[in-house]
Design a protein around this ligand. Structure first.
Ligand SMILES: Nc1ncnc2c1ncn2[C@@H]1O[C@H](COP(=O)(O)OP(=O)(O)O)[C@@H](O)[C@H]1O
Ligand SMILES: [Mg+2]
Length: 299
Protein backbone atom coordinates (compact mmCIF):
# COMPACT_ATOMS: atom_id res chain seq x y z
CA UNK A 1 0.00 0.00 0.00
CA UNK A 2 1.38 3.39 -0.94
CA UNK A 3 2.07 5.74 1.94
CA UNK A 4 2.62 9.47 1.52
CA UNK A 5 4.66 11.39 4.07
CA UNK A 6 2.96 14.76 4.49
CA UNK A 7 5.76 17.30 4.27
CA UNK A 8 3.78 20.54 4.19
CA UNK A 9 1.69 22.70 1.89
CA UNK A 10 2.25 23.51 -1.77
CA UNK A 11 2.74 27.21 -2.52
CA UNK A 12 2.48 27.73 -6.26
CA UNK A 13 0.42 27.07 -9.39
CA UNK A 14 -2.19 24.37 -8.98
CA UNK A 15 -0.59 23.29 -5.76
CA UNK A 16 -1.56 26.22 -3.52
CA UNK A 17 -2.58 25.02 -0.10
CA UNK A 18 -2.56 21.38 -1.18
CA UNK A 19 -0.71 18.96 1.09
CA UNK A 20 2.63 18.05 -0.49
CA UNK A 21 3.38 14.37 -0.04
CA UNK A 22 6.53 12.36 -0.32
CA UNK A 23 5.81 8.85 -1.60
CA UNK A 24 7.62 6.54 0.82
CA UNK A 25 7.99 3.53 -1.47
CA UNK A 26 9.22 5.67 -4.32
CA UNK A 27 11.62 7.41 -1.93
CA UNK A 28 13.07 4.06 -0.87
CA UNK A 29 13.96 3.43 -4.51
CA UNK A 30 15.10 6.90 -5.56
CA UNK A 31 16.76 8.69 -2.57
CA UNK A 32 16.62 12.37 -1.63
CA UNK A 33 18.98 15.33 -1.54
CA UNK A 34 18.13 18.42 0.53
CA UNK A 35 20.17 21.57 0.12
CA UNK A 36 19.86 25.05 1.58
CA UNK A 37 22.10 27.52 3.34
CA UNK A 38 22.55 27.37 7.09
CA UNK A 39 19.28 28.41 8.74
CA UNK A 40 17.13 27.64 5.69
CA UNK A 41 15.30 24.89 7.56
CA UNK A 42 16.96 21.63 6.45
CA UNK A 43 17.14 20.00 9.87
CA UNK A 44 13.53 21.02 10.53
CA UNK A 45 12.57 19.40 7.21
CA UNK A 46 14.42 16.19 8.11
CA UNK A 47 12.71 16.17 11.50
CA UNK A 48 9.30 16.58 9.85
CA UNK A 49 10.07 13.70 7.49
CA UNK A 50 11.28 11.48 10.35
CA UNK A 51 8.34 12.27 12.64
CA UNK A 52 5.76 11.73 9.93
CA UNK A 53 7.19 8.37 8.85
CA UNK A 54 8.39 7.05 12.21
CA UNK A 55 5.67 4.44 12.59
CA UNK A 56 6.00 3.23 8.99
CA UNK A 57 9.66 2.57 8.28
CA UNK A 58 12.92 1.95 10.10
CA UNK A 59 15.12 5.04 10.41
CA UNK A 60 18.82 5.66 10.98
CA UNK A 61 19.99 9.23 11.55
CA UNK A 62 23.66 10.22 11.25
CA UNK A 63 23.58 13.31 13.45
CA UNK A 64 26.75 15.45 13.64
CA UNK A 65 25.13 18.05 15.91
CA UNK A 66 23.23 15.86 18.36
CA UNK A 67 20.11 17.58 17.09
CA UNK A 68 17.90 14.51 16.65
CA UNK A 69 18.36 12.75 19.99
CA UNK A 70 14.99 14.22 21.00
CA UNK A 71 13.35 11.66 18.67
CA UNK A 72 14.17 9.00 21.27
CA UNK A 73 11.53 10.05 23.75
CA UNK A 74 8.70 10.63 21.29
CA UNK A 75 9.37 7.82 18.83
CA UNK A 76 11.58 5.34 20.64
CA UNK A 77 14.78 5.82 18.65
CA UNK A 78 17.82 4.27 20.25
CA UNK A 79 20.58 6.86 20.72
CA UNK A 80 24.04 5.47 19.93
CA UNK A 81 26.95 7.59 21.10
CA UNK A 82 29.58 8.03 18.40
CA UNK A 83 32.41 7.55 20.91
CA UNK A 84 32.10 3.74 20.78
CA UNK A 85 35.07 2.14 19.00
CA UNK A 86 34.79 1.60 15.26
CA UNK A 87 34.46 -2.18 15.60
CA UNK A 88 31.67 -1.76 18.14
CA UNK A 89 29.83 0.75 15.94
CA UNK A 90 29.97 -1.66 13.05
CA UNK A 91 28.59 -4.49 15.18
CA UNK A 92 25.86 -2.24 16.63
CA UNK A 93 24.82 -1.20 13.12
CA UNK A 94 24.55 -4.82 12.00
CA UNK A 95 22.36 -5.67 15.03
CA UNK A 96 20.21 -2.61 14.37
CA UNK A 97 19.40 -4.02 10.93
CA UNK A 98 18.57 -7.44 12.29
CA UNK A 99 16.26 -6.04 14.96
CA UNK A 100 14.85 -3.27 12.75
CA UNK A 101 15.10 -0.62 15.44
CA UNK A 102 15.39 3.06 14.60
CA UNK A 103 18.55 4.78 15.82
CA UNK A 104 20.23 8.16 16.08
CA UNK A 105 24.04 8.08 15.85
CA UNK A 106 25.00 11.07 18.00
CA UNK A 107 28.37 12.45 16.86
CA UNK A 108 28.21 15.78 18.67
CA UNK A 109 31.04 15.10 21.12
CA UNK A 110 33.57 14.16 18.41
CA UNK A 111 35.94 16.25 16.33
CA UNK A 112 35.46 16.17 12.58
CA UNK A 113 37.90 13.39 11.81
CA UNK A 114 36.41 11.16 14.51
CA UNK A 115 32.90 11.97 13.22
CA UNK A 116 33.93 10.79 9.77
CA UNK A 117 35.44 7.56 11.07
CA UNK A 118 32.46 6.80 13.31
CA UNK A 119 29.91 7.47 10.55
CA UNK A 120 31.91 5.35 8.10
CA UNK A 121 32.05 2.44 10.56
CA UNK A 122 28.32 2.66 11.27
CA UNK A 123 27.32 2.98 7.62
CA UNK A 124 29.67 0.11 6.83
CA UNK A 125 27.89 -2.07 9.41
CA UNK A 126 24.50 -1.22 7.90
CA UNK A 127 25.77 -1.92 4.42
CA UNK A 128 27.51 -5.21 5.22
CA UNK A 129 24.53 -6.66 7.13
CA UNK A 130 23.57 -10.18 6.12
CA UNK A 131 21.14 -10.58 3.26
CA UNK A 132 18.31 -11.83 5.47
CA UNK A 133 18.32 -8.40 7.15
CA UNK A 134 18.02 -6.21 4.07
CA UNK A 135 14.78 -4.60 5.24
CA UNK A 136 13.84 -1.14 3.96
CA UNK A 137 15.44 1.59 6.05
CA UNK A 138 15.75 5.36 5.67
CA UNK A 139 19.30 6.54 6.32
CA UNK A 140 19.28 10.28 7.00
CA UNK A 141 22.62 12.11 6.96
CA UNK A 142 22.52 15.76 8.08
CA UNK A 143 25.43 18.02 7.07
CA UNK A 144 26.45 15.41 4.51
CA UNK A 145 29.32 17.56 3.18
CA UNK A 146 31.23 16.58 6.35
CA UNK A 147 31.12 12.90 5.36
CA UNK A 148 31.35 13.27 1.59
CA UNK A 149 33.48 16.37 1.03
CA UNK A 150 34.15 17.51 -2.52
CA UNK A 151 37.75 18.46 -1.75
CA UNK A 152 40.53 17.51 0.65
CA UNK A 153 40.31 19.46 3.89
CA UNK A 154 41.92 19.53 7.33
CA UNK A 155 41.36 15.85 8.04
CA UNK A 156 43.62 12.97 7.08
CA UNK A 157 43.30 11.52 3.59
CA UNK A 158 42.52 8.15 5.10
CA UNK A 159 39.52 9.43 7.10
CA UNK A 160 38.21 11.24 4.04
CA UNK A 161 38.58 8.16 1.91
CA UNK A 162 36.70 5.81 4.23
CA UNK A 163 33.89 8.31 4.90
CA UNK A 164 33.51 9.08 1.21
CA UNK A 165 33.54 5.36 0.43
CA UNK A 166 30.78 4.69 2.95
CA UNK A 167 28.65 7.56 1.61
CA UNK A 168 29.19 6.42 -1.96
CA UNK A 169 28.10 2.90 -1.02
CA UNK A 170 25.01 4.28 0.69
CA UNK A 171 23.95 6.42 -2.25
CA UNK A 172 25.11 4.24 -5.16
CA UNK A 173 24.74 0.68 -3.94
CA UNK A 174 22.46 0.90 -0.90
CA UNK A 175 19.17 0.47 -2.71
CA UNK A 176 19.52 -3.27 -3.31
CA UNK A 177 20.20 -3.67 0.41
CA UNK A 178 17.09 -1.73 1.39
CA UNK A 179 19.01 1.42 2.39
CA UNK A 180 17.53 4.70 1.17
CA UNK A 181 19.90 7.65 1.55
CA UNK A 182 18.43 11.01 2.51
CA UNK A 183 21.20 13.57 2.65
CA UNK A 184 21.16 17.26 3.55
CA UNK A 185 23.87 19.80 2.82
CA UNK A 186 24.26 23.54 3.26
CA UNK A 187 26.65 23.87 0.31
CA UNK A 188 26.10 21.75 -2.77
CA UNK A 189 29.51 22.82 -4.08
CA UNK A 190 31.14 21.24 -1.00
CA UNK A 191 29.45 17.87 -1.47
CA UNK A 192 31.17 15.18 -3.55
CA UNK A 193 29.56 15.12 -6.99
CA UNK A 194 29.15 11.36 -7.28
CA UNK A 195 27.25 11.26 -3.96
CA UNK A 196 24.88 14.10 -4.93
CA UNK A 197 24.32 12.66 -8.40
CA UNK A 198 22.67 9.48 -7.12
CA UNK A 199 19.64 11.26 -5.67
CA UNK A 200 16.69 11.72 -8.01
CA UNK A 201 14.52 13.63 -5.55
CA UNK A 202 15.44 17.13 -4.50
CA UNK A 203 14.27 19.66 -1.96
CA UNK A 204 16.05 22.93 -2.61
CA UNK A 205 15.93 25.66 0.01
CA UNK A 206 17.32 29.16 0.22
CA UNK A 207 20.66 29.38 -1.60
CA UNK A 208 22.81 32.48 -2.03
CA UNK A 209 26.10 31.62 -3.64
CA UNK A 210 26.30 31.47 -7.43
CA UNK A 211 28.42 28.34 -7.38
CA UNK A 212 25.79 26.43 -5.34
CA UNK A 213 23.01 27.80 -7.54
CA UNK A 214 24.84 26.61 -10.65
CA UNK A 215 25.29 23.13 -9.16
CA UNK A 216 21.62 23.02 -8.16
CA UNK A 217 20.47 24.09 -11.65
CA UNK A 218 22.73 21.44 -13.13
CA UNK A 219 21.41 18.65 -10.92
CA UNK A 220 17.76 19.57 -11.42
CA UNK A 221 18.09 20.25 -15.11
CA UNK A 222 16.89 23.86 -14.72
CA UNK A 223 18.17 26.91 -16.53
CA UNK A 224 19.77 29.69 -14.50
CA UNK A 225 16.49 31.61 -14.28
CA UNK A 226 14.78 28.55 -12.85
CA UNK A 227 17.45 28.29 -10.17
CA UNK A 228 17.36 32.02 -9.34
CA UNK A 229 14.16 31.45 -7.39
CA UNK A 230 16.13 29.59 -4.69
CA UNK A 231 17.51 32.98 -3.65
CA UNK A 232 14.08 34.29 -2.69
CA UNK A 233 12.87 31.35 -0.66
CA UNK A 234 12.02 32.03 2.99
CA UNK A 235 13.11 29.84 5.88
CA UNK A 236 11.13 26.60 5.73
CA UNK A 237 10.32 26.95 2.02
CA UNK A 238 11.73 24.45 -0.48
CA UNK A 239 11.32 23.66 -4.16
CA UNK A 240 10.54 19.96 -4.62
CA UNK A 241 11.31 17.87 -7.67
CA UNK A 242 11.54 14.15 -8.33
CA UNK A 243 9.51 10.96 -8.76
CA UNK A 244 8.67 10.69 -5.05
CA UNK A 245 7.67 14.37 -4.82
CA UNK A 246 6.50 16.16 -7.92
CA UNK A 247 7.15 15.85 -11.66
CA UNK A 248 7.38 19.63 -12.00
CA UNK A 249 9.25 21.95 -9.61
CA UNK A 250 6.80 22.63 -6.78
CA UNK A 251 7.39 25.20 -4.03
CA UNK A 252 6.23 24.08 -0.63
CA UNK A 253 6.30 25.22 2.95
CA UNK A 254 7.39 22.55 5.41
CA UNK A 255 4.86 21.90 8.15
CA UNK A 256 5.37 22.02 11.91
CA UNK A 257 7.21 19.44 14.01
CA UNK A 258 6.29 17.99 17.39
CA UNK A 259 9.69 17.20 18.88
CA UNK A 260 12.08 19.99 19.70
CA UNK A 261 15.40 20.82 18.12
CA UNK A 262 18.30 21.60 20.38
CA UNK A 263 19.54 24.16 17.89
CA UNK A 264 17.26 27.15 18.39
CA UNK A 265 17.64 30.27 16.26
CA UNK A 266 19.56 33.01 18.01
CA UNK A 267 17.28 35.64 19.51
CA UNK A 268 18.29 39.01 20.97
CA UNK A 269 18.46 39.16 24.75
CA UNK A 270 18.93 42.52 26.49
CA UNK A 271 22.52 43.03 27.65
CA UNK A 272 23.30 43.52 31.33
CA UNK A 273 24.30 46.99 32.54
CA UNK A 274 27.90 48.07 31.93
CA UNK A 275 30.37 46.09 34.02
CA UNK A 276 30.91 47.65 37.42
CA UNK A 277 34.21 47.44 39.29
CA UNK A 278 33.12 44.33 41.17
CA UNK A 279 32.28 42.42 37.97
CA UNK A 280 35.52 43.60 36.37
CA UNK A 281 37.49 42.15 39.29
CA UNK A 282 35.58 38.86 39.09
CA UNK A 283 36.21 38.42 35.40
CA UNK A 284 39.86 39.43 35.48
CA UNK A 285 40.71 37.28 38.53
CA UNK A 286 43.49 34.70 37.92
CA UNK A 287 42.38 31.12 37.14
CA UNK A 288 41.94 28.82 40.11
CA UNK A 289 44.88 26.47 40.71
CA UNK A 290 44.64 23.24 38.73
CA UNK A 291 41.82 24.53 36.55
CA UNK A 292 42.05 24.11 32.80
CA UNK A 293 39.44 24.36 30.12
CA UNK A 294 38.95 21.08 28.31
CA UNK A 295 40.19 21.24 24.75
CA UNK A 296 38.03 19.74 22.04
CA UNK A 297 40.45 16.86 21.50
CA UNK A 298 40.40 15.82 25.17
CA UNK A 299 36.62 15.78 25.54
N1 LIG B 1 9.15 25.11 8.29
C1 LIG B 1 9.48 25.70 9.43
N2 LIG B 1 8.54 26.13 10.29
C2 LIG B 1 8.88 26.72 11.45
N3 LIG B 1 10.15 26.93 11.87
C3 LIG B 1 11.15 26.53 11.07
C4 LIG B 1 10.87 25.89 9.82
N4 LIG B 1 12.05 25.59 9.23
C5 LIG B 1 13.01 26.02 10.09
N5 LIG B 1 12.48 26.58 11.18
C6 LIG B 1 13.24 27.14 12.31
O1 LIG B 1 14.32 27.89 11.78
C7 LIG B 1 15.52 27.63 12.48
C8 LIG B 1 16.60 27.11 11.52
O2 LIG B 1 16.16 25.89 10.97
P1 LIG B 1 17.12 24.64 10.83
O3 LIG B 1 16.27 23.51 10.38
O4 LIG B 1 17.93 24.43 12.06
O5 LIG B 1 18.06 25.15 9.64
P2 LIG B 1 19.31 24.43 8.93
O6 LIG B 1 19.35 23.01 9.41
O7 LIG B 1 19.04 24.55 7.47
O8 LIG B 1 20.52 25.22 9.33
C9 LIG B 1 15.17 26.64 13.57
O9 LIG B 1 15.00 27.33 14.79
C10 LIG B 1 13.88 26.02 13.10
O10 LIG B 1 13.09 25.61 14.18
MG1 LIG C 1 20.79 21.96 10.41
Amino acid sequence: MAFGIEMGLGLDGQGIGQPARLDLEELLATRLLVQGNSGSGKSHLLRRLLEQSAGHVQQVVIDPEGDFVTLAEAHGHLVVDGSHGEGDLQAIAARVRGHRVSVVLDLESLDMEAQMRAAAAFLGGLFEAERAHWYPCLVVVDEAQIFAPAAAGDVSDEARKIALGAMTNLMCRGRKRGLAGIIATQRLAKLAKNVAAEATNFLMGRTFLDIDMARAADLLGLDRRGAERFRDLARGEFVALGPALSRRPLALRIGPVTTSSRAASPTLIPLPQAADADLRAQILAPAEAGFAYPTRASR
